[in-house]
Design a protein around this ligand. Structure first.
Ligand code: AMP
Ligand code: MG
Length: 483
């Protein structure tokens, strides 16, 4: 049976940080999918529950005894503007601790109104919840830090957005739900003790190695957050992932990708690519993601100003130095990652130009981001289609010369490339196609895509359909939050 092992610490924080809130029951819950692999990795087993028991559990109609669900308070800069927020349609079951001592939040999304719902209905629609399930599993398969999805159930109720949609509840698993916005919330209440409490809590939960080691916990925490966010964004840039809503309330301090809204993977390379229908100004475009991460961390540092130094002017100076370290640290990590995509060993001065020249060529020629790296990883000069091009041939020659300076074999380079360049990404037109079918109760395309994206580095000719970029007709230009 499902042996939950709850040890919830978040509700020991001061009362301002959360509100006890039950799931609002739903009419006729029906299981769409349960992630048994994820459950196993958490030492949980839901396979003995029948469909109706699973549906009752994952809709919140019947939760295990002793669980006291709660919604978290937070704030956030949304598209640059500060707002007090909180879980408007989410409740946390608490923290399940696995036998190998991993502490994981289990959370419902779409479980009904909470004290933080503002004008919202507290509900979620099936399409966006399945999108989160699919993309978070894809990110996990790609080896990128992410929250995961344990289940999706249909509620049997309708939600009203631009149109009537099927309602659903997603069960999400995360290392925590502490956000940059959680610190902004504490800072907005202008209560130094609250900032202290959430800082100590975050350190204990995510960076316990700092306790008794660091002479200034605020500075050490900021350094850790800079490092983990850089690692995360570099990984997004490696696979062409565009988050779409990098508001500070959607940046988790665990370093996991969180809140899959209008996110998407880029097909042809263009650093200005935006999919989100609500991102009219391109604030969260592909190429802006590192700058936005830096901007968000600046908001995080601002919240911690009272704890950096007794003297506020000194705090600000230290904070500025910390935030100004971001671009150089980011570039170093990004170059490391791009070198691996091109099979380059050693660090040579010429690498940055080589990498940027390829990206420029890709952008000028509408080259598919994923497939270009796959083609380069085949070990021979690609000759067909867009590669019949003098600029490309020139670039390819320069790359060959650079490879010869690796002091490693070509096999080793290709092996490195193929471990970093996915064969399969969940292409947006495929995602949309499967969600459309799922909305009409045909879950076969969804399940098939899910199987394929679980092993994104596997080279299997059977999956070639999932590797093709969209035709002009298939191209999806906009994705909707559907909140
Ligand atoms: P998001 O952009 O999905 O991260 O959501 C931003 C804020 O709006 C969060 O505080 C959410 O909890 C809240 N929110 C989103 N959708 C709804 C909804 N349907 N009902 C209530 N609150 C919502
Ligand atoms: Mg959010």
């Amino acid at each position: 049976m499902c042996k939950f092992n709850f040890d919830t610490t978040y509700t020991q924080l001061p009362a301002q940080f959360y509100k006890i809130q039950n799931a609002i029951p739903v009419l006729s819950p029906e299981v769409v999918i349960v992630n048994h692999d994820l459950a196993n990795s958490m030492a949980l087993d839901f396979s003995e529950l029948d469909k109706s028991q699973q549906a009752n559990l994952f809709s919140g109609n019947s939760l295990p005894k002793g669980i006291k669900t709660f919604s978290q308070a937070y704030a956030g800069h949304q598209f640059g503007h500060f707002t007090m927020l909180g879980d408007g349609r989410a409740i946390n079951w608490g923290e399940h601790v696995t036998p190998d001592k991993k502490r994981l939040d289990i959370q419902f999304k779409g479980s009904g109104k909470t004290p933080y719902s503002r004008q919202g209905d507290g509900r979620a629609a099936l399409g966006p919840m399945l999108r989160e399930y699919l993309i978070s599993e894809a990110m996990f398969g790609l080896g990128i830090p992410t929250t995961r999805s344990l289940a999706v159930v249909k509620t049997g109720e309708e939600v009203f957005r631009e149109t009537r949609l099927k309602g659903a509840v997603l069960t999400r698993v995360a290392s925590s739900h502490i956000r940059v916005g959680t610190f902004e919330f504490a800072a907005a209440l202008q209560d130094k003790e609250l900032i202290h409490q959430i800082m100590n809590y975050t350190i204990k939960r995510h960076f316990p190695e700092l306790i008794n080691k660091s002479s200034n916990l605020a500075i050490s925490l900021i350094e850790k957050i800079i490092e983990s966010q850089i690692n995360l964004i570099v990984e997004w840039m490696r696979v062409g992932f565009i988050h779409g809503v990098m508001n500070t309330d959607n940046m988790a301090l665990s370093g996991e990708t969180i809140d899959y809204g209008p996110c998407a993977f880029m097909d042809h390379y263009n650093s200005n690519t935006v999919f989100s229908s609500i991102d009219r100004g391109g604030r969260y475009a592909f190429g802006n993601q590192p700058k936005i991460a830096q901007w968000n961390i600046a908001r995080f540092i601002e919240a911690l100003i009272p704890l950096i130094n007794e003297d506020v002017n000194k705090s600000i100076k230290i904070g500025e130095e910390l935030i100004n370290s971001f671009p150089e640290l980011y570039e170093k990590k990004w170059l490391e990652m791009m070198r691996s995509k091109l099979g380059l060993f050693r660090e040579l001065r010429e690498d940055k130009n080589l990498i940027n020249d390829l990206l420029t060529w890709m952008q000028n020629n509408n080259a598919d981001f994923t497939n270009t790296f796959i083609d380069l990883g085949k070990g021979e000069q690609p000759q067909n289609g867009i590669y019949k091009n003098k600029d490309f041939a020139d670039w390819f020659n320069t790359w060959k010369i650079r490879l010869s300076k690796n002091e490693k074999s070509l096999e080793e380079s290709l092996e490195l490339m193929n471990s970093k360049n996915p064969q399969i990404i969940p292409r947006n037109h495929k995602v949309e196609e499967t969600l459309k079918a799922a909305d009409n109760d045909n879950f076969n395309p969804f399940n098939k895509l899910l199987e394929v994206i679980k092993f994104p580095y596997k080279n299997d000719s059977k999956n070639s359909l999932y590797q093709e970029p969209p035709t002009p007709d298939e191209r999806v230009k906009e994705t909707f939050c559907g909140t």
